[in-house]
Each structure stands twice: as C-alpha cells, then as structure tokens.
Design a protein around this ligand. Sequence first.
Ligand code: ADP
Length: 402
Amino acid sequence: MKVLVVNAGSSSLKYQLFDTSDNSVLAKGICERIGIGGEITHKMSGRPDYKETVEMVDHTEATKVLIRVLTDPEVGCISDMSEIEAVGHRIVHGGAYFSESVRVTDEVIAKLELCRDLAPLHTGAHLMGIRGCIAAMPETPQVLVFDTAFHQTMPDYAYTYPIPYEMAQEYQIRRYGAHGTSHRFVSGEMCKILGRTEGTKIVTCHLGNGSSISAVKDGKVIDTSMGFTPLDGLEMGTRCGGIDPAIVPFIMAKKGFTPDEMSNFMNKECGLLGVSGLSPDCRDLGEAVKAGHKRAALAVNILTYQIKKFIGSYAAAMNGLDAVVFTAGIGENRDEIRAAACRDLDWLGIKLDPEVNERTKKQGDNVCISAPDSRVLVYVIPTNEELVIASDTERIVKEGRI
Ligand code: ADP
C-alpha cells in the first residue's frame, strides 16, 4: 500500500511517501512558508533535490502542490493521485482521548479540537493539515497517530500531579508524555531482540533536541519523563526540563516576564544552550568540551547525570531491568553521552563495551553496545516514527476500522 505520512506544522508540512510492501520511502520533502509565501523541497534517492517557489495560501494549497510534484512525470514517483491509498498524520497531543491510532471521522476531529488547549500551536497546525488533505484528497482515508498514545497505559499514581484533584480534572492537567511513537518503535524492536514482550523491563532513552525517557514494562509504558507538556524531564537543547516550580514565579518577578514570556524563556533560552552560553547542539558542545570549555562540560554533565538518575529510578519502578535503549540524534550518535550516562551503573548490571560504543554512530541498524558479561543489554536502535505511522495507517485502513 502507498501511504503518505504527513507532519503538519503551523507554516510547514513535511511528508514521506511509503510503499508498505517493503517499507521503502519513495519520496519525501517539505512544504515551507505556508501562508507567507510557499516553497517545496522534494527528495528522491538517486536524484537531485527538486525545489520550487510557489504560492501556498494554506495547507490545502500545500497538499495540492505536493500531490502535483509527486505525480509530475519528471520529478515525481507516482502516475496518479489515486495511487496514494491512505494518509497518516503525526499528531503531537491526543490528550486523554486517544490511546491508539484512529481513522479520521467528524467525531475524531471534534475530540482533537478539545486537545487544542493542551498544545495550541501544534493542534491548530495538525487540524489545518488534516483539513487540507481531506480537501485535496476527499476519497482517501486519513488516520491519526498520536505522540501521546503509547503513554496512556501509565498508572494513575504516575500520571497524577499532587495538585487539587478537581482542578486537575477541570483543566486536564496530568502527565501525558511525548515521543510515544518513538518509544513504542524502539521498545518493540527491543522486545523482538529479547524474544518476548511479557516480563520485559526496558528503559528507552529518546535523546534529541527534545528528549524523554520511558519505563516500558511488559511492552507498556508505566512512566515517562515528559509531563503535562514536552518541557518536563531532562535538560534539552533549549528547554530547561524539570526545575523547582518555585523558580518560575521567582524569575517572573525578577524579570517582569508575562506567562507567555516565561514559557518562551523556558522553551527557547534554557537547557544546553542556557547553561553553556554556546549552543543547544551536542556536536558543538562536544568540540567545546574537548577545547576545555567549562560551561559546555557542565551542560553535558547535567544531562548525563539526569539520564543516569532516570535509568536508576525506572529500574526501581519496574523492580528490575533487562535492557536500556538509546535512540534519536544524541542517542544514536553521541557515544560520549551514552558512556557517561552508563558509567558507574555496574551495580545495576549495566556495562558497556567501550570500543563498540565509540564506533556506533550514524549506523542504520540496531547495535548492541553492552559488554558480553553485562547483565542488562544496552542497545542503540535508530528510531523510525514515520514507519510506525505508515504501518498503523495501513493496518487501520485494511481493518476497515472507523
Ligand atoms: P530533533 O529532536 O529535532 O528531531 P535530533 O533527533 O536530530 O533532533 O537530535 C539533535 C541532537 O542530536 C543535536 O544535539 C545533535 O548534536 C545530535 N546529532 C544529530 N545527528 C548527529 C550526528 N550525525 N552526529 C552527532 N550528533 C548528532
């Protein structure tokens, strides 16, 4: 089945066209500057990138442009729009309404509207993307795949915040988590490697610009580091992660920040960038650490110490540990961060193979980086959220589920 995977942002729409018969990506690209101009960049392996500047007033126009490019005899890869049998949409926040992927109906769209409050920018953009695809391809089934869905199995004591219960209910304040599609993919791969799902205890570390760690027991999430929003948990590229909540009103009073300004500050000016004063990117920080930059080293040390603490606390939450998985930009490529996070965890049964760890970067395969005598397996597993979206979409459309 040919499935178009769509990730709609407020002024952009990323796409990948999958052939699910062999999970190959036929083409991928991005429409940018939607509503303020318009530009498409279209990529196919073995061909030069195709770029075109063309007006896109909204997401419907952007979808029409990408279909025209996909079906173009020169730069495209399909002969007709009808070859796209389904569309799968990445959705950042499904609230407590969605615990699995669903086919789009009016009722589903109405429920997604209720999630606007929880992720206003993302949800608004997703709705525009969904409506744009429906308008451009009215006959094609559409499926939604949620970043929060995999975390819906958390027990109430893990997702409830200690604030008045009625208030939490009224405003839907609870831990939702994020990157669920990635945690689901890599924990699923790890279960295949372990040869079972029941009885498994896995910690999955998705470390990128945004980072989160999950405890996955018997194939189900029991806790995760991101919370009500993707600001909680680990220190990230520019996000502060979990800090003492009293710091928030303290800084607001000192700096005279409004709630929006404070939110922007915590999302854009903190994390690795804020501590190092240099860069949010671990590549730059790695170089700076080698050159003796103290604050770059501090920024990285904070992160690796936090990763270690999450691994330890989630091992306690699961009463044991079979495997730790590293994924995403940092998890897949930064051996020094994996090494520091796993250092001195031998009491927990974690022992890396330093040589294999050091040479494991930019690889396409799952690699075991733990030593042969390590009781806990440690793996680098490249994530593939788009593939999960394509497979879920195919399954749901084939099942004819509404
Ligand atoms: P996002 O969360 O935006 O998808 P990524 O998963 O690409 O981001 O992660 C970005 C982080 O991963 C950066 O800190 C970057 O330094 C690191 N990273 C990504 N790719 C590489 C690479 N090939 N080599 C080294 N570091 C990388």
